[in-house]
Design a protein around this ligand. Structure first.
Ligand code: SF4
Length: 95
């Protein structure tokens, strides 16, 4: 499995969708929705928009990794960004 990165772009409206569905990944932090350090290789909790730290695949189970595409598709402002070797599935993808 290759590198996987998840980060939050500007424009989050704090609807808590992602935080409620994937509690191991998203958290309400000091600067809005952030990616938990516990699942990142750099162990920093932030939006990960500048650091772009890969997730630690030994910590985040595959089932939850795959689920994150669904979570990103459901974000009302589409600010959850997945980069790298993510599975090409998503409920909002018509193709
Ligand atoms: S689903 Fe999107 S808009 Fe809602 S809290 Fe998460 S990142 Fe913010």
């Amino acid at each position: 499995m290759g590198t996987r990165v998840i980060w939050i772009a500007s424009g989050c409206i704090e609807c808590f969708w992602c935080q409620q569905l994937a509690t191991d990944v998203f958290v309400h932090g000091q600067r809005g929705t952030e990616i938990r350090g516990a699942i990142r290789l750099d162990h920093q909790t932030s939006s990960n928009s500048t650091d772009r730290s890969p997730i630690d695949v030994s910590v985040l189970p595959n089932e939850e990794s795959n689920f994150l595409q669904f979570v990103a598709d459901g974000c009302p402002t589409k600010v959850i960004r997945l980069e790298g070797d993510w599975p090409a599935v998503g409920v909002a993808d018509p193709f």
